[in-house]
Design a protein around this ligand. Structure first.
Ligand code: LFR
Length: 507
């Protein structure tokens, strides 16, 4: 049969999902098997993730996907998932060490998790940044790893990691879930590129850099490229998962899968993968590790099929969601108040007159940690002699326009630094559903915005699985043409150029 079924486990910072894909040369259909919340877990020693909980949700989602496939084909048909693939946010990790002898354990080499993995928004990394740059200045780091400065890059976290000494192995989040599922340990290449410890040219571990930083190279498993098979789900899980399924390495950094799932209209087209973060940039054939790129804080992350993701992190929907969380908390203290809804707020925000819009710098560091964003925005505006947005719709509109201004600047930088001239920008991910943000991005960048698909990350994950299974073939542009044929994409034209066109035709 030419159609195969695959389950994509896609974990974002604020929600996770398991998506069932039916894929064939002319077929690309998605069905959500599970969706669950994710977020910051505050503990006395800092901010963490609940990774064991996410693993449990992933298991339930894979099981549900398998059941759907079996039900639709009819029991006894032998139908089932052809594979599973996992992606998540980058940089974060779990540390492991040998579990030691255990009489009932099947796997004699089993490893135990050491401690509770930290959330990259935890502030302990600040000390790690200083310690690291004292040993290797940022300019040299950039030459070696090609990575933009983000205070939470794995190498900085490790410089502030008390548990590292005791660890025998480090696995990034999708690799850790892959280990729990299959018992096999690898470092998937696209995500490994976000650690700061991968050589930007060879895409292999930079053991010399590790030595300089006092990090033992032995904690890192072998790097493996997407498109390889990690293993098969453990026999112990067969009852839960309705059998044993191959686990395929996909672009396990969610942004790498999102770029695969972006139907780029031309080699020069730019993209914005917009969720919690807005990742703004271009797909290139080789890294750009210039002084100008370093100063503009552009990163060269590894992409699927040896591409380079030349991009920069801009504030995404995090500022909006934290603002809504703050208001919900405040309203809960007021009897009779209802939960503020994003849809209603965005509708009201669209009516705010432009002279009430305040554009502020969304890249300000104070917005990284969770908390009261309306208060932090007000403080920033006051410091910079900007008017403070007064009503909720004004603030929401100002946030959206400020994010769009950040996107437009990053698009300009991407063009300047790469020498490419983008003729369109693709907005994918949750942010592509925000019409106000799409239009503002078109207006402020002067480029048409092609919005969608929302589930670009899950799509990119599924397409690499299907290609690995032999259902699809070809390069990224072949895979993307299937997206173009099957998914709905909306276009937002920049107001300015529309206005100019009208003026010109009136003359
Ligand atoms: C997006 C993302 C970004 C990365 C950030 C932190 O979900 O993966 O690419 O910089 O999260 O891991």
């Amino acid at each position: 049969t030419s159609v195969t079924h695959h389950a994509a486990v896609d974990l974002g910072a604020s929600s996770g999902r398991v998506v069932l894909g039916r894929v064939g040369p002319d077929t690309l259909e998605l069905a959500e098997a599970a969706r669950f919340g994710n977020g910051v877990v505050p503990l006395p020693d800092g901010l963490h993730w609940n990774l064991v909980g996410l693993y449990e949700q992933a298991l339930a989602g894979i099981a549900a996907a398998q059941q759907t496939v079996v039900r639709e084909a009819g029991a006894g048909s032998g139908a089932g998932l052809a594979s599973v693939g996992i992606d998540s946010w980058a940089v974060d990790y779990g540390l492991l060490r040998s579990a030691g002898p255990g009489a009932d354990r099947n796997d004699r080499e089993a490893m135990s998790l050491l401690g509770t993995p930290f959330h990259y928004r935890d502030s302990r990394t600040a000390a790690g940044v200083e310690a690291t740059h004292r040993q290797v200045p940022f300019a040299e780091l950039y030459r070696r790893n090609g990575l933009q400065f983000l205070p939470f890059n794995t190498l900085y976290q490790l410089a502030a990691e008390p548990m590292l000494e005791a660890a025998e192995q480090l696995l990034l989040v999708p690799d850790l879930l892959g280990y729990w599922l299959t018992g096999q340990r690898r470092a998937e290449a696209t995500n490994a590129s976000t650690t700061g410890l991968l050589d930007v040219c060879t895409q292999q571990w930079d053991t010399e850099l590790m030595d300089q930083l006092g990090i033992s190279p032995s904690v890192f498993p072998e790097v493996a490229a997407p498109g390889n098979t990690l293993g098969v789900t453990r026999a112990e899980l067969a009852e839960t998962l309705g059998g044993q399924h191959p686990v395929t390495l996909v672009g396990s950094h969610d942004t790498a899968s999102a770029v695969v799932g972006t139907p780029l209209s031309s080699p020069d087209a730019a993209y914005i993968s917009c969720g919690t973060w807005g990742l703004v940039g271009l797909e290139l054939g080789a890294p750009v590790v210039t002084e100008a790129a370093r100063q503009a804080n552009f990163t060269n992350e590894g992409g699927v099929d040896d591409t380079t993701r030349f991009l920069t992190n801009v504030m995404g929907t995090w500022l909006l969601s934290e603002t809504l969380r703050t208001w919900a908390r405040q309203d809960a203290a007021t009897a009779g108040a209802s939960e503020p809804s994003l849809t209603a707020l965005l509708e009201a925000a669209a009516e705010v007159p432009t002279d009430a819009v305040v554009v502020f710098d969304v890249q300000d560091e104070r917005f990284v940690a969770p908390g009261d964003m309306p208060a932090r925005i007000a403080a920033l505006c006051t410091e910079q002699d900007l008017p403070v947005p007064t009503t909720r719709p004004e603030l929401v509109r100002s946030i959206v326009e400020s994010i769009a201004a950040g996107f437009a600047r990053a698009l300009d930088d991407a063009a300047r630094l790469s020498g490419r001239q983008p003729d369109a920008v693709h907005m994918v991910g949750g942010g592509s559903q925000n019409a106000l943000l799409c239009q503002a991005t078109a207006d402020r960048s002067g480029l048409p915005v092609m919005a969608g698909p929302v589930e670009a990350t899950a799509l990119g994950n599924l397409l690499i699985q299907a290609r690995t299974a032999g259902t699809l073939s070809g390069g990224l542009s072949d895979l993307r043409s299937l997206i173009r044929r099957s998914q709905r994409i909306a276009t937002y034209s920049p107001a300015d150029s529309a206005g100019r066109a009208r003026e010109e035709s009136a003359r």
